[in-house]
Design a protein around this ligand. Structure first.
Ligand code: ZN
Length: 251
C-alpha cells in the first residue's frame, strides 16, 4: 500500500514536471520568436520605403531629362529665329533653299522634342499618383507595424514573467522527486525530444502509439511499480483520470 502511494506520488510529479517543461518550451519559443516576428514586419515597411524612394528618384531623373529637352527646344527655336533673319539677306537661291530646309529640319526636330516633353510630364503625373498611393500604404503598414510591435513586445515580457514563475515551480517539483527518477526523466526527455512520460489508454502507449503487452497493462493498472514502454522506453502510466494530466499531452 505504501509503495503504491509512493509510486502514485512520483508518477504525478513526473506528469507535472513534463507539463511544466512543455509550458516552458512554449514560453521560450514565444520569447525567441518575438524579435523575429518584429523583424519580418519591419522588413515589409523597409521594402515599401525602398519602393517609394525608387519612385521619387525616377521622377527626379525624368524631370532632369525634361529640363534638358526643354533647353534643346529653346536652342532650336533660337536657331530657327536666326535662320529666318538670315533668309532676308540671302541673294543666292541655292543658299536660300538650303537655309529654308535647315529651318524645316529644326522645326521638325523641335516638334518631336515637344512630344518627348509631353511624354515626360505624363510619366511624372502617373508616378506621382502612384507615389501618393504608396505613401498612404506605407503610412497604414507602419501604423499596423507599430501596434504589432507593441503587442509582441508585451507578449515577450509576459512570456518572460510566466517562464520565471514556471521555472520556480519546476524547481519545486524536481526537488520533490526521486533523484534517480529525475535523471532518467531528463535522459528520456533529451532522447525523445521533450516527451519522456506517456499515458497508456486502451493498452496503447500515447508516446509511440503501439500496444503494450496485456500482462504489463494489468501491472500498470496496479500502479505499484514504475513501468516503461517496451517499444519506446518512455515512462508510462495508466490513464484513468486520476493521474491524467490536464489537456492533451500530444505535441
Ligand atoms: Zn511507447
Amino acid at each position: 500500500m505504501l509503495l503504491e502511494v509512493i509510486v502514485k506520488e512520483q508518477m504525478a510529479l513526473l506528469v507535472k514536471l513534463q507539463e511544466q517543461d512543455q509550458t516552458l518550451g512554449r514560453l521560450r519559443r514565444q520569447i525567441r520568436e518575438g524579435p523575429q516576428r518584429i523583424q519580418e514586419t519591419e522588413g515589409q515597411v523597409e521594402t515599401l520605403q525602398g519602393n517609394l524612394e525608387a519612385g521619387k528618384n525616377r521622377i527626379q531623373e525624368i524631370q532632369k531629362l525634361q529640363r534638358q529637352v526643354e533647353a534643346e527646344v529653346e536652342d532650336g527655336a533660337g536657331h530657327v529665329g536666326k535662320s529666318k533673319i538670315r533668309l532676308l539677306t540671302i541673294k543666292s537661291n541655292k543658299e536660300y533653299q538650303a537655309v529654308l530646309k535647315e529651318i524645316e529640319d529644326s522645326q521638325r526636330a523641335n516638334a518631336e522634342k515637344e512630344d518627348k516633353i509631353l511624354g515626360c510630364m505624363e510619366e511624372i503625373e502617373g508616378l506621382n499618383e502612384e507615389l501618393q498611393y504608396q505613401e498612404k500604404e506605407l503610412f497604414a503598414v507602419r501604423e499596423t507595424f507599430e501596434k504589432e510591435k507593441k503587442t509582441i513586445e508585451a507578449e515577450v515580457r509576459q512570456g518572460e514573467e510566466q517562464a520565471s514563475e514556471v521555472e520556480q515551480r519546476r524547481r519545486d517539483t524536481a526537488k520533490a522527486m526521486d533523484p534517480g527518477l529525475l535523471a532518467r526523466y531528463e535522459q528520456l526527455r533529451a532522447r525523445t525530444g521533450g516527451r519522456a512520460v506517456a499515458y497508456v489508454e486502451n493498452t496503447t502507449c500515447s508516446g509511440c502509439h503501439l500496444n503494450i503487452p496485456p500482462q504489463m497493462y494489468n501491472e500498470l493498472q496496479r500502479r505499484d511499480s514504475l513501468k516503461f514502454c517496451p517499444n519506446c522506453d518512455r515512462i508510462i502510466y495508466w490513464k484513468d483520470g486520476a493521474t491524467a494530466p490536464e489537456g492533451d499531452m500530444s505535441e
